[in-house]
Ligand binder design. Sequence first.
Ligand code: NAD
Length: 481
Amino acid sequence: MTYTLPAGVPTQLWLGGKLVDSSSGTTFSVIDPANGKVLTEVGDATPEDGRQALGLAVAAGLEWAATPPRARGEILRRAFELVQARADNFARVITLEVGKTFTDARSEVHYGAEFLRWFSEEAVRISGRLAAAPSGNGRILVTKEPVGPVLAITPWNFPLAMATRKIGAALAAGCPTIVKPAEETPLTTLLLGQVFVDAGLPPGVLSILPTSDAPALVETLIDSPQLRKLTFTGSTGVGKLLIRQSANRLLRTSMELGGNAPFLVFDDADIDAAVEGALAAKMRNGGEACTAANRFHVAREVAEEFTDRLTSRMAALQTGHGLDKQTDLGPLVTEKQRTQVDALVRDAIERGARVRTGGSIPEGPGTFYPATVLDQVAAGSRLLQEEIFGPVAAVCVFDTEEDAIAAANDTPYGLAAYFYTRDIDRATRVASALKTGMIGVNRGVISDAAAPFGGVKESGFGREGSVEGIEEYLDTKYIAL
Ligand code: NAD
């Protein structure tokens, strides 16, 4: 097996639909985390490149906003078809730069493409309303207008889907967009740039700027009065920083931030289904997902059975290069990420957690970490409070429904939660008591382009996908008639 990039992956910046070198002429390396080898060098965008991209976005913006919604939708539809047609190419690039398995990468391509199809259909459904003023002396016309140039900042864990979820909605709404992909994974997003050129997107409307110095580029763009919207997916810490920076200009922001999803298994759960759901909720993307189940709270009556079965499934997962057919679990994205995951595991063990499988960094090249199950995890352990972002399942036991809900909600985060029960009354009660933006009931995977994705509390605000997603890129205007 050769672990090389397919031909034709762009490595320069997309400036308004044209591939160009960085204004500084410099590049930075993209690494395959499975073996530490350099995949390629990509152009390193500077603040000057950012200013140029914004200038092009402003110049193209009015015409794009005035382009008939049907025409905008048709470009997005063509982009959807092109991503689907190039799915294997995309999946290979995703596997090489993120480390996830080819199967996970294919699922991401399918999921990511769906946002383009979804928003191709939403572009023609933007509407306002007309009402009679209660006083009878006029009419109230409410219209929706594109907010203007958008900066989209994306994380490394879903380099295609996090980009299409933002670009699809922004372009459907009529907004020109600049994407700043994560420095670990710029190649997938650069490949997506070619799709939009081939789909007929007019020049200037979309730029893609990888950089090794995100703060400098992003600050320049946020400080510019021409930028009208910031949409960010990433960690809560960086999200807070960007909100503070955006406050100076009262920039509109959407924040899809970190999570700490609880996964509850009640004593009346279907344990077969709960184990399957747990594997999906924990191991999709190797645990590197903001919606990943972070902590398993299991009813005492079923805890042993559930943990034994989860352990034997996790212990059977084979680590290896994501492109190898037998691999179930690829490497973590960087050494930094692996060190953080291991520190959380060490902390839990020091506080008394029992290692059921995995639990330590293996020898050899690549940033691998084994599928790990810990039980008897003590309250106060860091991995119950912090996002693990790796293949580690922490199991705790509860005695009552009230205790389970209290434990689930005991976090500053509020992105996703999962629970398993066969009792419909309990399902209704628990779903309404959990303080998260998304809930899976007897399901371990919840993401869907047609569903509103987003969190509450320190998991952020704003929604992506669904009918709510396009609203993030529209201003409301009231016209008195
Ligand atoms: P990160 O916050 O480190 O980086 C995210 C993006 O922000 C990257 O593009 C990065 O280059 C950029 N960035 C970092 N520091 C910056 C700064 N000072 N100024 C401007 N830009 C900056 O997060 P990550 O490690 O790439 O991704 C993992 C995090 O993302 C996790 O916390 C995860 O939960 C979260 N995430 C959330 C969702 C969601 O939808 N809620 C989805 C995926 C990932």
